[in-house]
Write a protein that binds this ligand. Structure first.
Ligand SMILES: C[S@@+](CC[C@H](N)C(=O)[O-])C[C@H]1O[C@@H](n2cnc3c(N)ncnc32)[C@H](O)[C@@H]1O
Length: 212
């Protein structure tokens, strides 16, 4: 499934969804068109993308907000979309979320998926769903909420829920090829860590290949 389509599917069933860094607004538009959500809040730090969202969402049940992350947001929501941004920015934005302690976050980071899961673990988030979008590259989408982490260090690379889904196999094979290429180019002190990742991936691939 393509990235935007997967994001739309991932917010099915929420009431009010805030999309921080909404750009074009296609995630909220798709979800409202399908009747998946009741209303949206489209947030942008830049005027031009906010105007794109306004153009695409005129007549929809959406509020618009020019804001750096949550800074100027006062509305209530039950889910937050953070997609198409880097891990560090996503992390900064989540740390400023103060409105709904029960909010669920749908995170599609453009990079650093393993550090992202580690950070979620260190900051007391539990992973409630994981899915993969594919659009020339793989895009993991991770749904989380605050709570005791339900995963551990061995899941930081493969994902606690992705590793139970057979559809993750091509993603793991892609990651395995990446680390196998990397390890031969690395200086020896770094190879040990990469070998560990290769082992984790091989185990996940083996486990998924033998189920069914
Ligand atoms: C690459 S686009 C991703 C758009 C869309 N979320 C998607 O996944 O296709 C990132 C958007 O985030 C916006 N952005 C970056 N930092 C932000 C912040 N601190 N608060 C709100 N929006 C931000 C940018 O202006 C840009 O439009």
């Amino acid at each position: 499934m393509k990235r935007i389509d997967a994001l739309i599917e991932s917010i099915n069933g929420y009431d009010t969804v805030i999309d921080i860094g909404c750009d074009h607004g296609f995630v909220l538009k798709g979800a409202l068109d399908k009747g998946y959500i009741v209303q949206g809040i489209a947030v942008e730090v830049n005027e031009k993308p906010l105007q794109n969202a306004i153009n695409n969402l005129t007549g929809y049940n959406v509020k618009f907000c020019l804001s750096n992350g949550f800074d100027k947001v006062n509305e209530h929501y039950d889910a937050v979309v953070l997609a198409g941004m880097g891990f560090h920015l996503i992390q900064e934005i989540i740390l400023k979320e103060k409105i709904n302690p029960l909010a669920e976050f749908i995170i599609a980071s453009q990079n650093k998926i393993m550090p992202l899961r580690q950070w979620l673990f260190d900051n007391n988030f539990m992973i409630i769903d994981e899915m993969l979008a594919y659009e020339e590259l793989f895009y993991p989408i991770i749904k989380v909420k605050r709570g005791k982490p339900n995963f551990n260090e061995s899941d930081f690379l493969v994902g606690p829920l992705l590793k139970t889904k057979k559809s993750s196999l091509p993603y793991y094979q892609y990651l395995l090829a990446h680390y196998q290429t990397l390890v031969v180019k690395q200086p020896q002190p770094l190879q040990q860590e990469t070998q560990k990742l290769i082992k984790t991936l091989n185990l996940a691939i083996k486990s998924l290949s033998k189920n069914n």
